[in-house]
Design a binder for this molecule. Structure first.
Ligand SMILES: Nc1ncnc2c1ncn2[C@@H]1O[C@H](COP(=O)(O)OP(=O)(O)O)[C@@H](O)[C@H]1O
Ligand SMILES: [Mg+2]
Length: 391
């Protein structure tokens, strides 16, 4: 086989004299694989090829890394029964720090011919990890990238892990004096060995409550529970996603408000976007998976939200405070409930929020004057300007 080196993978001149090389990493092992692929399709389309060399890397659902296609059309979600997925038959690659920085190398089991073709796969200056959920948004890939000494877009190991775990997220927010709803945690051990105590602590919150997997996303495994008799089924459902379950007082009559945060350059403080409201219409009891992703469902996004200025301003201030409380980097979306008595509570913070052009986070920034390509560029630039190692 007379294979030619793949031009996407060749080492170029040093970064000072060439375009930065951005590896867009997507797919992954979580249930949000297809959503990640479609996001990657949008980012690959928006990223400025005049400024950056782009290397698309897919992670299969089994966790294998391959050199993927940069064709946005292949990655788009076009119908519910043809979801995009990373193609595991493509060239396997791995990230190392052989050169004292991030470098992509061909995996050992490649045939000698292919290995020659891709020898020295090339330096990576920044990774854009477009992964949602566990093994992506939770600090694990961030740890791998830290080990490889490569810069990456978004939150670091600690902020990603804390942001993924609704239990620790509340502990950190509360410790910073930020408002959250009362909650209790049901661990696997408690559920299996002392269910009475678990019931007691949930009952003392008062019903209705929301039952959620601690490290979930996309509303999967979440239920609203109206009375104690429904609790066991809801906890079992949440435990299908995570052995650790969070139970929280329901924000009855609360409005769902969201705000985007972007890290500032240098010593500038983070910026907050305009504030939006989500209204779920029809027969959904809350913003569940169907309301989030199925096109025929009716979910209204008001960007900006119809709120008095002081309330919107307070949402923005609390969002920046939450971003700083968790030591976030790059970006985050902070989600609130505005309660009928006008109190604001933070529901959660997402360190890698949905990122297609029609997702809430890009829409918040578009309405704040930063369009999708400019947003992608800002995130890459923030990552390129960051130090590697402890910071
Ligand atoms: N305490 C609560 N009160 C009212 N609604 C809630 C509460 N917790 C969650 N929800 C509803 O469930 C949705 C998903 O919950 P959330 O905690 O945001 O999990 P996920 O990480 O899956 O997005 C929210 O957008 C909201 O509609
Ligand atoms: Mg949410």
């Amino acid at each position: 086989m007379d294979a030619q080196p793949d031009p996407r993978l060749q080492d170029g001149p040093p970064v000072e004299t060439r375009k930065p090389r951005v590896a867009v990493v997507f797919g992954g092992r979580s249930s949000e694989h297809a959503i990640s692929c479609s996001t990657a399709g949008s980012v690959l389309q928006a990223i400025d090829r005049e400024r950056y060399d782009v290397v698309p890397i897919g992670i299969t659902t089994e966790g294998r890394w391959v050199l993927e296609s940069a064709d946005p059309a292949r990655l788009a979600i076009t119908s519910a029964d043809a979801l995009p997925a990373v193609d595991g038959s493509l060239m396997p690659v791995a990230l190392t720090n052989d050169e004292g920085g991030g470098a992509l190398v061909a995996r050992d089991q490649l045939s000698p011919e292919t290995r020659r073709a891709v020898d020295g796969l090339g330096e990576i200056d920044v990774v854009f990890p477009l992964l949602h959920g566990p093994w992506g948004e939770d600090g694990t890939i961030q740890g791998l990238l830290e080990m490889a000494g490569v810069r990456y877009v978004g939150a670091g190991v600690l902020a990603s892990a804390v942001g993924m775990d609704k239990h620790y997220m509340k502990i950190v927010l509360q410790a910073h004096g930020l408002p959250v709803l009362p909650y209790t945690v049901v661990t696997a051990h408690q559920w299996e060995h002392d269910r009475g105590a678990a019931h007691e602590s949930v009952d003392s919150l008062g019903y209705p409550v929301f039952v959620k997997p601690c490290r979930g996303g996309s509303s999967m495994g979440i239920s609203k529970v109206h009375r104690t008799e429904e609790l066991d089924a809801a906890v079992e459902e949440a435990r299908r996603h995570d052995p650790k379950v969070l139970v929280e007082v329901a924000a009855e009559g609360g409005r769902e408000i969201e705000c985007g945060v972007l890290e500032g350059f240098g010593s500038n403080s983070p910026d907050a976007s305009v504030v939006a409201e989500i209204t779920v219409e029809g027969d959904h009891e809350f913003y569940d998976f169907a309301a989030k992703y199925l096109p025929e469902e009716r979910t209204r996004l008001d960007v900006p939200a119809d709120l008095p200025d002081p309330v919107a301003k307070r949402v923005q201030d609390l969002s920046v405070q939450a971003f700083e409380a968790l030591s976030c980097e790059g970006l985050a979306r902070v989600d609130f409930f505005l309660l009928p008595d006008d109190r604001l509570v933070i529901n959660e913070l997402n360190t890698m929020p949905g990122f297609t052009p029609t997702s809430m986070f890009p829409r918040l920034w578009a309405a704040s004057g930063l369009d999708y390509p400019a947003l992608v560029d800002r995130l890459v630039q923030l990552a390129l300007h960051r130090e590697t190692g402890l910071r």
